[in-house]
Design a binder for this molecule. Sequence first.
Ligand code: CU
Length: 256
Amino acid sequence: MRKALALPTIAIAAAAFPLMAMSTASAHEGASSYQADLGTLNQSGVTGTGMVTLDGNTATVMIEATGLLAGAPHAQHFHIGAQGTCPTDAANKDGDAFLSTTEGAPFYGEIGTSLTLTGDTSPDSGLAVDRFPTAEGGSFTYNRTLEVTEDVHKAFEAGTAVLVVHGFDQNGSGTYDGDVKSDLDPTLPQEATAPVACGALNTAQMGTAPSGGAETGAGSTAGIENQGAIGVGALAAVGAAAAGAVAYRRRQADQA
Ligand SMILES: [Cu+2]
């Protein structure tokens, strides 16, 4: 089953390969790949996937998320420095309508990197809503190569980096509003900053799977690593739809 599912992925990657020599050059042997399966927080219904290739402190990031408030910006970050896990909605200790970002912090920690579209990526840009992805039609695909700090790099290696996406239209009004104010910025409604999806960034399966399987030859291993490196570049090369298919197949392969 794994082999049958992997073949189409390789075919797509091979087709995209000539266009992405630069991407593969940066993702050399020292790079590590991480994946987060984004699960819903705050009963938002938001799900998605994050893929990160870390080469030194250079992170190539690809995120897909769906089920979001359409047409609204969604802050997203690498959180670091805590347990490297996601809270459940039971962590809503103050009993209001929201699991807030602060209530989740004992699990996923503080902001380490702001995954903006342009410009600064430090925690200072944590709520720079004009530079975060807007979910046209309720979903977005994000791609950026950026520099992370040494603390963030270490968090990835320690298994304590977590991907969190924010912004939740809880009252269904079609915009961020409501009487509850954000715990992060009291000038914003809580809807604008509440976490909606979370996933721990773990070492990607395709980097570790071959060790002991029947197809453990060196060629097999190299092929799988290339798949991980190429997957991110293929997004830019062949468009979001194809990349979604690659990510979908990869998830299926991981579960096989
Ligand atoms: Cu965050």
